[in-house]
Design a protein around this ligand. Structure first.
Ligand code: SF4
Ligand code: SF4
Length: 135
């Protein structure tokens, strides 16, 4: 069995597709929805944890690509290098899960590993290389 986390981004015309149902029924995958934001007629976003045989996972990812769903596999984890962080807050508005949060009273940034889905958005935006992919 293989497990992978993936972000799906749907164009408006695909937000009503039964994607998770098909991944379960037709591709024999276990689907755990970690985050989701889908509004009819607007772009949608789902973060899924998919578990299954590697061949089935590959077939499921092929199905999504052919359907026109943009997919991004997530890394295993992201770490916060606290000593490098200057609390500039450049990352906090981008973090989709509020794992990086600024305390308004002190303007200090904190990182909640349990909320992080490893989407890596903070890595590209951090000017001080304070966020890194775990290897
Ligand atoms: S990788 Fe960064 S931006 Fe993405 S959820 Fe984790 S802390 Fe937030
Ligand atoms: S962008 Fe980097 S330096 Fe700025 S608050 Fe976020 S982690 Fe800290």
């Amino acid at each position: 069995m293989t497990t992978t986390k993936v972000v799906l981004r749907f164009p408006p015309e695909l937000t009503d597709q039964p994607v998770t149902y098909k991944l379960i029924k037709e591709y024999d995958l276990m689907v755990n929805i970690l985050r989701g934001h889908i509004t009819p007629k607007e772009e949608g976003m789902l973060v899924l944890e998919l578990t299954g045989k590697k061949k089935q996972l590959d077939r499921g990812m092929d199905y999504l690509a052919k359907l026109g769903v943009e997919t991004q596999r997530l890394s295993k984890g992201v770490k916060w290098l606290k000593d490098r962080c200057t609390h500039c807050t450049a990352c906090t508005s981008l973090c989709p899960t509020h794992a990086l949060l600024v305390e308004r009273d002190t303007m200090m940034v904190s990182f909640d590993r349990d909320k992080c889905i490893a989407c890596e958005m903070c890595i590209t935006v951090c000017p001080y290389s304070a966020m890194e992919v775990q290897v």
